[in-house]
Design a binder for this molecule. Sequence first.
Ligand code: S3P
Length: 217
Amino acid sequence: MDIRGTGKITAFAELRAPAMSGIMLAAMPNSHSSMPDIAALARAIDRPLALVGMMGSGKSLVGRRLAQRLDLPFIDSDAEIEKSAGITITEIFELAGEDKFRTLERNAISDAADAGPLVLSTGGGSICTPETAALLCERTIVIWLQAKPETLLSRIGSISSRPLLHTDDPLATLRDLAERRAADYGKAHITVTTDQLSAAAAVAAVLCALDSHLTVS
Ligand code: S3P
């Protein structure tokens, strides 16, 4: 399934509009120095890079672009689940419930974790299931794309593909989920705050943070 149909790609793309300002640059690790040596960085990656974070944090768009920069395959766990189930995430929640979805999600992430270096975009709640958190933290480099609930909602656009946001007040739901999930996202090896960043700047920030994490440069 082409995930552009879910609105995940276009939502974050709205943030491309502003050019990289001083504030954005200040938010980027190592912004004072040049970008890392991408080829050396790619060679140092020996396992999947797993993007985690709330719905609307930009995991799919940033992940796809990150994979392009590093010349690595890109996998979206939600898209993999939909492909093998033959129905949408919303339908899985409706027909089989969230627990079943979390099992399918864990299996999809386990398959990706076995596949060597690649970029994996995970569903927002994946790291909140203890078994999935363990496999992510032990077998991948976990990168948390952090953003405020207001930013997330503005990026999400349509909530139709996000069953957890089918509530009276999606912003309040995002705030509540973000608060309850903060400790789980805090397990990530790398955190990048993306509120002020365009997609391109977020990719650059992830590359710099990854370079520091792996101490390549
Ligand atoms: C979920 C996030 C969704 C999807 C499912 C549950 C969550 O993915 O996995 O609707 O629990 O936050 P995105 O984060 O890609 O929207």
